[in-house]
Design a protein around this ligand. Sequence first.
Ligand SMILES: *Cc1c(COP(=O)(O)O)cnc(C)c1O
Length: 390
Amino acid sequence: MSINNIKEIDKAYVANTYARFPVAWVKGEGAEITDDGGKKYIDLTSGIAVNTFGVADAEWVKAVTDQLSKLQHSSNLYYTEPCALLAKALCEKSGMKKVFFANSGAEANEGAIKAARRRSFVKKGAGHHTIITLKNSFHGRTITTLAATGQDVFHKEFDPFTEGFVYAEAGNADELRSLTEQYNCAAIMIELIQGEGGINVLTQEYVDEVRKIAEEKDLLIIVDEVQTGNGRTGKYFAYMHYGFTPDIVTTAKGLGGGLPIGAVLLGEKAEDALVPGTHASTFGGNPICAAGALNVVNRLDEKFLKGVEERSKFIIDELSGAKGVNGISGMGLMLGIDCQRPVKEVIADAMDKGVLCITAKTKLRLLPPLNISFDELKTAVAVLKEVLAK
Ligand SMILES: *Cc1c(COP(=O)(O)O)cnc(C)c1O
């Protein structure tokens, strides 16, 4: 089917929530992706940090299809091996104690919010439920995770939102402390690199202050690693750059390598926060998604992550100081380019020349597959340099 046919049907029948680029993808291989007309592109988006090894990675496909031909689903009334092994692998990578599986980032964050609130209820009694999040954050699209999202633009038209969220300016520890004194709090929830908010990296000093405040007030620290997790920043989780282990970590996007899965990782203080009957998900820990995710987690070893850092360094070295570039933020293969040209024009020109990237607020956001070849990266970066300089 041609793009025009697909577009027509999509416009007629798919809910009108997305402004799509005028292209339809058919297939791919690694970082290369092919449209309906046969044009090939180098993909620096990975489906928004999801396709960890790019498209149709052979080893990942085998892990998924082997499981698919055995058992696709069983419900959480029973045990399955992929779910158990994935939880073990995630705990071993992260130093966390227990995992609850969900199906998306928003749902993982809902689980984390429930765990933090229940832990607070059991420990401190009713009413200590406020969760402090950061301005400019993004935590999801459900009513509760929108409430958690610290951007006013998201707090319109869907009232009433879930109560119990207040927002602190990232980097301002005094404001954070004062909010913990004004409200009876359960937790502080942060992204270490705000993704949708514009690839804003929290400083070590600020994170140290957040930890100090949380310790003093007995608040849990929830780190939203939906986008930053699973090798994206060059370590398994972004918190590993900051030298601490959070109380709760949420992740999704790259975990499944392209299949929908989310996870709430519970540390020592939160491992018993959820008990039977308090939380559940029909699809959570689904054997196929878990088998795909297990392949992702097992392959992200030290050597692989070093490769992420090398690719990151290559991009930063090539683009910093390049014509049309004001600056670069981010870590690993989650980078934001502050460009002189309007970012939408840069993206359109790059797409014309066969390179895909997306925005993060006003920045150009690069999220290539973590194993993109250096040849592809060189070609893509040359195109970016050309269109950024225009
Ligand atoms: C994408 C994202 C979410 C939402 O994930 P969904 O899978 O779309 O629900 C939440 N938090 C962060 C940091 C994200 O980047």
